[in-house]
Ligand binder design. Structure first.
Ligand code: FMN
Length: 189
């Protein structure tokens, strides 16, 4: 098998606000993706709150689209904020919906976790929680390198552009490692 085929990475940000630093981090990742990797971002805004009753009536189109996008992606890149030391409900809700039987698209999926917060720990605690959730889903989170963007207000400009070269380099290292992690898990290297 050839490692040459372009890998499709699905990005998800656990924030819906227009000026989201986590969304901005995914945009930065899209721009600096290494050769052999392309990134698209899935908007979680249309995903309704999980309700078994709704599920019984038929999976909503937005959830079906999310499940297909995850299934079709070679790997995921999740950028999570930290809310009260954990991941935001928006992200947990989307994950819960997508994980529902009969097809859990997270199973065996390579995942890189990154995150930005305005606090000084840069989503360390949220990322640990997210990794725990990913284990429940049978996803295969990459252990290293990690990226914790602390004090995000100082790292992005008013237009959401990443202003910090050190973080950009770090992000690039995460993407290169995710490519290798994915190819390895796919048995291509
Ligand atoms: C409900 C709530 C709880 C928060 N809790 C934390 C926290 O525990 N740690 C932290 O670093 N930032 C916390 N923050 C601040 C977020 O880091 C900040 O809002 C960040 O910009 C969210 O990411 P976003 O820019 O992608 O929306 C919290 C924000 C909200 C709204």
């Amino acid at each position: 098998v050839s490692p040459e085929r372009t890998l499709h990475i699905l990005g998800m940000a656990g924030s819906l606000r227009s000026g989201s630093y986590n969304r901005a981090l995914l945009d930065a990742a899209r721009m600096i993706a290494p050769a052999g990797m392309e990134l698209s971002v899935f908007d979680l805004a249309p995903i309704p709150l999980y309700n078994y009753d709704i599920e019984q009536q038929g999976i909503p189109d937005s959830v079906r689209a999310l499940k297909v996008a995850i299934r079709d992606a070679d790997a995921l890149l999740i950028a999570t904020p930290e809310y009260n030391w954990s991941i935001p409900g928006v992200l947990k809700n989307a994950i819960d919906w997508a994980s529902r039987p009969p097809d859990n698209p997270f199973a065996g999926k390579p995942v890189a976790v990154i995150g930005a917060s305005t606090g000084s720990f840069g989503t360390v605690r949220a990322q640990l929680h997210l990794r725990q959730i990913l284990m429940a889903l049978g996803a295969i989170p990459m252990g290293q390198p990690t990226l914790y963007v602390a004090r995000a207000r100082e790292k992005f400009d008013a237009n959401g552009r990443l202003q910090d070269d050190e973080i950009r380099e770090h992000l690039h290292r995460v993407l290169v490692a995710l490519r290798e992690w994915t190819l390895r898990l796919q048995g291509r290297i």
